[in-house]
Write a protein that binds this ligand. Structure first.
Ligand code: ATP
Ligand code: MG
Length: 1079
């Protein structure tokens, strides 16, 4: 954000009219317009603020703005009302100077707004705290109350102040507000009973009817309808942008804050309602017997209600509207009032009621806001008074208002000049007299006690006899005729005899702000401001505390026959007080200007503004201000602002500021008559000189800016360059490091590579060498071997030829065999005799050996196997072996016997008591005992026999009894026959002629055939004394049955035989054994 240090920075037009060059009315207006068009509504004339009404809210009153202007010098920032308020507040607080802020301007120019802005600014910047805030709030809230009762919509302003207001705000030594005092001036009370077209009555009437609750209205006997009340103009009852209902709430709230009691508020509203009711009272004429007209009240209802509201007796009031009592010299004379007089009386009562209520409100507010502390106060007065008024039809009010403005103008000129003069003296500058228009002469025309217009008017009013407005004008015509500012058609001054712009019933005054034509009609009446005593007494009688207070003259005990002071007189007196009050203070001016008549934003009506500028005497103001020296500035800020224009003062001036400024001015060769050195300020005569300085400063600033830019850019480039350079070094070093690292790695890699190649090459070379050496060595060995061989062979050639082949062969064979045996040894099969595996033979020439070794190995394995056997087991196996020799592949029964162990004794005869006898008969060891089937020779059927075998005999015995049936010595056995088949039949053939052979051969059948025959054979072969027993295996053999030889024939049995062997005697010669076919 740009920081301002002077009003002169970025000015739109000129911020201070004093600097206007050339100073003409046109340039003045042009400057105002230019600034207004750029939303710069404030412009200075020295310390005076001109304010143009923007007619729209501008964002220039924010808390930020307050902060911006707070504690800043007046000329430091753009013109603003805050700058003025700040200046006033600070000189009040810091320099202990009472201040007054005079806000003037025509109706609608923004005076009231300006006064509120000043108050709000002061409230914002002054101290804080609970008590202080309460005071502030009460002071601020007095505004809405007074505005509601004292403001009205007019054609010029929707919120026009219809009274003058001066408010003294009191501060303690710290600058904290303590309280205030409000003075009011001349309320436009005529408005209560009549409003010009397009205007309204005072706001409070509309606010009350719009905003009050139904209940309140009922209490006040009012209806929510403007049209019901004669005193309320209807054509502009509602104003756009004005919310009466909301404002009513604001007013009530404000009254509360200010400190009004609830009953007080109620009383006030009752009075307001009474005024409305009063307006509705109408009169009708009634002829009396004496021929005089009398007035009568048309409809007494409103009167009744009003009386109820005010607590007055209806009859008293009714009478007061019908009669007028005049008391003179102890005499009381009652005259009846005609209708016109009755209306006059009614309106006078209404006006008085309202204006007195308004004054009471001011007094009541003052009571609340008055400073509590008795210490000395500092005071800031804010004057918001009606501006100069020039209407088409100007009456007594305008006259009074304009008189007030004349007085203000006078004080303005006086104070401005005085201030100027004081400053010159203070600063030790020679004072040159300033030519200006002094309006004291106009003030004198109005207020002179002898022949002033107001004095004349009072004289007329007080004079006995018929007094009319015309007589008053006549008086003026004679007395003021010679006055240069008074104009009248009928005056002695023949100048105006033919001036048709001047009607006969008017007089014209040349005010400082222009000529104003006043119509004399009503002057006398208004000045008298008469309220018939009957009415004031009737009011006093009211049973209403507030009304009683308002009409003290109605107290019969205090009947005062003296006429009350006239309105003109009162006003003159209060203006006089105001003026002396203002004169004792340091003035600050805000001159408000209205840019157009349409209340429109953005519209600047040149002629309207010009007119206001003229009557506000603004040009005059500029001239006075410029008469001596147009511009002044304290040395310090001046030197600070222009020091760059001189080498000696730039950039720092060591000495005192004044000397610095002197050096500066000399250096710049500013003509001596153009400026003067004051004690603390330099005074510049012409704005030209100031602009010359400003122009130079601007150029210099540009040069300086360029220089600063240049140096800055240089510095920036250099620092950038240095940074780049530094960075480059860093980057380069890093890069070099990186590059070197890479290079090093490359070299390292290459070195390793070369090294590895070299090593490889060397290794290969070495390898080659070693290989070569080895080859050489081998070659040497070979050669040596060969050589040795050759040698040996040469030496042993003679032997070699005969044996070498054999030896080599043997050796080779030996080696092969060795290898073969060692291989075989490691691959030998398991020791199980039934393991059939055998390693494959390596060489075919070893076929035989291999098979032989297999056999040997098998035999050896069997032998080993056998060698583990006990004698018994051995015998068993020997028997099994023998059985095998006997029957293998000869008898089909054999294979099934292999698995059956040869137990021998199947019967355990010795243990069986049944066979005890038998066992004792056989005294030898029984080798076999079994049950056999003895085949009956006759039919081939079998019968069971015990079959016992000893070393010498075969014994057959009865199975059941054990009775010995046959005992055949083995020596008698010739042979044993059996079939080739699976049957167990066998025949024991006896030697012919032996003792046993008598009964014939035995044909037996046993389950242990193989064992039996094997054992028989074995015994036979072991006995040395006997021949070997023959074993005959065939399917047909002969058996000797006693004498017959019977052929036993074995045939394959048919299936009907089942699985059993059947034996049948076919005939004498044939015994057929049918054996089931083996599967
Ligand atoms: N500074 C401002 N910013 C915005 N609007 C403004 C400003 N000053 C005045 N106005 C507008 O102009 C209207 C009239 O202003 P204001 O009531 O202050 O005039 P006035 O000079 O007091 O008139 P009167 O003499 O009739 O009382 C205000 O209601 C408001 O709308
Ligand atoms: Mg106002």
């Amino acid at each position: 954000m740009e920081v301002k240090t002077s009003l002169l920075d970025n000015m739109i037009g000129v911020g201070d009219m004093v600097l206007l060059e050339p100073l003409t009315e046109d340039s003045f207006l042009e400057n105002l317009k230019k600034r207004f068009d750029h939303n710069e509504i404030y412009t200075y004339i020295g310390s005076v603020v001109i304010s143009l009404n923007p007619y729209r809210s501008l964002p220039i009153y924010t808390p930020d703005k307050v902060e911006e202007y707070r504690n800043r010098n007046f000329y430091e920032l753009s013109p603003h009302i805050y700058a003025l308020a700040d200046e006033a507040y600070r000189s009040l607080r810091d320099q202990d100077k009472d201040q007054c802020i005079l806000i003037t301007g025509e109706s609608g120019a923004g005076k009231t707004e300006a006064s509120k802005l000043v108050m709000s600014y002061v409230a914002a910047v002054c101290g804080k705290g609970q008590e202080v805030n309460k005071v502030k709030e009460q002071l601020l809230q007095s505004n809405p109350v007074l505005e509601a009762f004292g403001n009205a919509k007019t054609v010029r302003n929707d919120n026009s102040s219809r009274f003058g207001k001066y408010m003294d705000i009191e501060f303690d030594f710290k600058g904290d507000p303590l309280g205030g005092v409000i003075s009011n001036y001349l309320l436009e009370k005529s408005r209560v009973v009549k409003q010009p077209r397009g205007e309204r009555n005072f706001h409070i009437f509309y606010q009350l009817l719009s905003g009050a609750s139904d209940d309140t209205l009922k209490k006040l006997k009012l209806e929510r309808d403007f049209s019901k009340y004669n005193y309320l103009s209807l054509d502009s009852a509602t104003v756009s942008g004005l919310d009466d209902a909301a404002n009513f709430r604001t007013v009530r709230n404000a009254m509360q804050i200010v400190g009004f009691m609830e009953d007080e508020m109620q009383s006030v509203l009752e009075l307001v309602a009474a005024v409305l009711k009063l307006g509705n009272i109408e009169f009708k004429p009634e002829s009396r017997c004496n021929g005089m007209d009398e007035s009568r009240i048309k409809d007494k209802n409103d009167l009744k209600e009003m009386c109820e509201l005010l607590g007055t007796e209806q009859s008293v009031l009714e009478r007061a509207f019908s009669y007028r009592t005049v008391e003179a010299k102890m005499e009381k004379v009652s005259t009846t009032l005609n209708v016109a007089q009755a209306y006059y009386a009614r309106d006078a009562l209404a006006k008085n009621l309202y204006s007195r209520l308004f004054s009471w409100l001011v007094t009541r507010i003052n009571e609340s806001i008055k400073a509590q502390a008795k210490t000395r106060h500092k005071v800031m007065g804010v004057l918001d008074i009606y501006g100069f008024e020039i209407f088409e039809d100007n009456s007594f009010e305008q006259f009074i208002i304009n008189y007030c403005n004349e007085k203000l103008q006078q004080i303005f000129i006086e104070l401005t000049l005085r201030e100027e003069q004081e400053e010159y003296i203070r600063e030790g500058i020679e004072w040159t007299n300033i030519e200006y228009f002094n309006n004291a002469v106009i003030c004198d025309l109005i207020e002179n006690n002898q022949n002033g217009i107001l004095a004349m008017l009072d004289e007329e009013c007080l004079r006995p006899g018929t007094v009319t407005d015309e007589t008053f004008l006549d008086k003026l015509n004679t007395i003021c005729a010679d006055h240069q500012h008074f104009e009248s058609r009928l005056s002695k001054n023949s100048k105006f005899l033919n001036d048709h712009s001047l009607p006969h019933n008017c007089f014209r005054i040349q005010h400082y702000a222009g000529k104003v034509l006043y119509r004399v009609e009503g002057f006398v009446d208004k000045n008298n401001d008469l309220l018939y005593r009957d009415l004031s007494q009737a009011m006093y009688k009211a049973n209403h505390s507030l009304i009683k207070q308002l009409f003290p003259e109605g107290n019969p005990a205090k009947v005062n026959l003296k006429r009350p002071p006239t309105a003109g007189f009162q006003f003159k007196a209060s203006v006089g007080t105001l003026m002396s009050n203002l004169q004792s203070k340091n003035p600050n001016y805000i001159r408000c200007i209205k840019p157009n008549d349409k209340k429109a934003s953005h519209v600047f009506n040149g002629s309207l503004v010009c007119h206001q500028a003229r009557y506000l005497g603004l040009m005059e103001n500029v001239r006075v201000r410029r008469a001596g020296y147009a511009f002044r500035q304290a040395y310090e800020p001046c030197l600070e602002r222009y020091k760059m224009l001189c080498k000696k003062t730039w950039p720092h001036w060591k000495g005192r500021a004044r000397q610095g400024v002197e050096v500066l001015m000399t250096d710049l060769q500013v003509p001596a008559e153009e400026f003067s050195y004051g004690r603390s300020k330099i005074f510049i005569r012409n704005p030209r000189t100031l602009f010359f300085l400003e122009e130079k400063r601007k150029q210099c600033l540009e040069d300086l800016a360029t220089l600063i830019q240049k140096i800055y850019k240089g510095w920036k480039c250099r620092s950038h360059f240095l940074l780049l350079k530094k960075s480059q070094v860093v980057v380069a070093s890093w890069f070099r490091r990186y590059a070197q690292q890479k290079k090093y790695q490359k070299i390292k890699h290459a070195t390793t590579m070369v090294q590895s190649y070299t090593r490889g090459w060397q290794a290969r070379k070495l390898l080659r060498k070693l290989k070569y050496q080895k080859k050489c060595e081998e070659a040497v060995t070979t050669i040596a071997a060969f050589w040795h061989g050759t040698q040996v062979r040469r030496e042993y050639r003679k032997f070699f030829r005969a044996n070498a082949g054999k030896k080599i062969y043997n050796f080779t064979i030996q080696r092969i065999m060795q290898k073969y045996f060692l291989g075989l040894k490691s691959k030998l099969p398991s020791m199980s005799p039934i393991d059939k595996t055998w390693p494959a033979r390596p060489y075919s020439f070893l076929d035989g050996v291999h098979a032989e070794l297999r056999r040997i190995f098998h035999l050896w394995r069997c032998k080993k196997y056998r060698s583990q056997f006990t004698e018994e087991k051995k015998a068993v196996y020997e028997e099994k072996l023998e059985a095998s020799e006997l029957f293998k592949d000869k008898k089909a029964l054999y294979p099934s016997s292999v698995r059956q162990p040869f137990k021998g004794d199947y019967l355990e005869i010795s243990k069986n008591p049944k066979y005890q006898k038998l066992s004792s008969a056989v005294d030898e060891k029984i080798l076999l005992a079994d049950v056999v089937n003895k085949i009956n020779r006759a039919n081939g059927k079998g019968s069971s026999r015990l079959f016992l075998l000893t070393k010498k005999n075969v014994v057959l015995a009865d199975q059941k009894t054990g009775q010995l049936k046959a005992n055949v010595p083995l020596a008698d056995l010739a042979s044993v026959s059996t079939s080739t088949q699976t049957d167990g039949f066998f025949a024991l053939k006896l030697k012919e002629g032996s003792a046993s052979a008598v009964k014939g051969d035995f044909l037996l059948s046993s389950d242990h055939l193989i064992e039996i025959i094997t054992k028989l054979h074995r015994i036979g072969s072991m006995a040395a004394d006997r021949e070997k027993l023959n074993i005959d295996i065939s399917d047909e053999f002969l058996v000797q049955f006693k004498q017959d030889k019977v052929c036993v024939k074995f045939i394959q049995g048919s299936p009907k035989n089942g699985n059993s062997v059947s034996c049948k005697r076919k005939n004498n010669r044939l015994l057929e054994v049918s054996v089931p076919a083996s599967s």
